[in-house]
Design a protein around this ligand. Sequence first.
Ligand code: PAF
Length: 295
Amino acid sequence: MASAQPQCSIVGQGAIGLLAASRLQLAGWAVDLWLRQPNPLRIDFHPLQGPGQSLNFAACQRPAELLFIPVKAYAALPCLQQLQPLLQPGTQIVISHNGMPDLATLQRHVTVNQGLWFLSTSQAAMRTATGVRHTGAGSSVLAALNDTALSSQPKVEPWLNTALGPLTITADIQPALWRKLAINAAINPLTAIHGINNGALAAAEFQAQLEAIVSEVCVVAAAEGMHLPLAETLQQVQQVIAATAANYSSMLQDVRVGRRTELAAITGYIVNTAARHGLAVPANQALWQALASTA
Ligand code: PAF
């Protein structure tokens, strides 16, 4: 049956990408994947509720005009550069990753007729041996990063709302980026160091350290002109810990398989920004030192 929706492509087979691909396909969208190899990918998708199902995705030869790039922070720019010669005019490019993106650099790597977007999501998903499991209900914030994107919102909004919604479109992505940075700075390094699931961070023994990490993020954010209230941010961290209790963070999963982590874009960003402002961030500095070899 032909899909009523436009074709879209998703890069790679990471947890968030496969979650988005599965939700889109089940809603009737035509989705293919940009993979390292040309064979179709068959996965088992386990939604938050209800039975799992097997889904099949074609590997695309050339990305469609709606292109989602949910790769690791360090891979976003190389991936955009690699795909650029294959992209059609008018392509809407949506980048998403943990950690603070370098939006100015990404903006320099698209042409005037390509739309550029950044999406920050609190949806939680985990790769399984045979596919992906949706492990925590979240939401997503999306911002247009150039004029071509702004004029293409009607095309992009329903697509990403289906993929990773509920979706909020914002003119300023910075507050969402800082909130997500605080969440990842608190959860990811600690779970990676201790080899524990997110829920284990609710134990009393971690509370002082969580508060120290988050309060340092709030101080660095303030130095950058971003008001991040400590009590509210800590509460959001606790909410994510509870909502993703059974999840193993992406950083722990990276460490377990010997893959490079996103530490540089998360804790590294906080430590470097603090240094620029002459601020001491001992709690984040300790995490950076403990995991530096993974960055
Ligand atoms: O990186 C991750 O694992 C996720 O962003 C989060 C929200 C910490 C849930 O595991």
